[in-house]
Write a protein that binds this ligand. Sequence first.
Ligand SMILES: C[S@@+](CC[C@H](N)C(=O)[O-])C[C@H]1O[C@@H](n2cnc3c(N)ncnc32)[C@H](O)[C@@H]1O
Length: 266
Amino acid sequence: MTEQAPGGFDVNQPNVARMYDYYLGGKNHFPADRAAAERVIELSYGYVRETVQENRAFLRRAVRYLAAECGVRRFLDLGAGLPTQGNVHEIALQEAPDSLVTYVDNDAVVAAHARALLEGDPRVRFLEGDLRRPEEVVAAASASGLIFDRPVALLLVACLHFVPDEEDPEGVVAAYRELLPSGSYVVVSHVCSDPVPEAMAAAGGVYGRANAPFEARPAARIARFFDGFDLVEPGVVPLNEWRPEPGALPLRGDFLPILGGVGRRP
Ligand SMILES: C[S@@+](CC[C@H](N)C(=O)[O-])C[C@H]1O[C@@H](n2cnc3c(N)ncnc32)[C@H](O)[C@@H]1O
């Protein structure tokens, strides 16, 4: 029998947002999420823990860079995930209190937690939506106050690897690019299959039972998400190499299987 939690969601199917929360050491997960996440940790020889920590650190640095150094005041965070430490609105508002932040995710659990956390601040909104539908997402964000009449930072962080090839992830990003005003930025991070292709394929098998499929991609494919954007230095790199803070600790593992970067729409 399917066990339903009070919010009406299935707790027996591993859920990609809750598995990610488990990797990060959060508290919002159920036994099915933990079992699947533990299997991925095992298959990745533990690399997934460092990967998610570095992903969050990259996201914080990129938002700080865009707010402080590029003057961006509008942030649209797609596949936002469960609230955790150092959320996008906290970083952006710390740098620039006049920032507007809209979060989008298609997950009911994320929606419930995000709405509870964000209630009361008119500068921050959460929308339930599917990032694979750029026009709908942009229309909903605009209707809720994040109007695309000046540069926007579009965050696609650790979520495009949940968009399978059949759904044309590069085409999705290109559609957003055409909707963004000139001077906007895109931030992408994506799990890379190059260092350990077999382990990544095995992890994909575990996610095959989850609520979204997972597909790590080679570096050459990840670079294509930036087609039509001018890459900000240092380009598309392992996330720990993207503008590290002074005194950043070296990696614990031999490599980091997640790449990303920031691009500017000319
Ligand atoms: C690994 S989490 C990443 C969270 C956050 N962006 C970060 O990097 O810390 C991926 C998130 O993408 C969301 N997601 C996956 N497919 C999606 C889709 N088609 N539309 C909207 N959100 C999606 C999941 O629900 C999950 O919350």
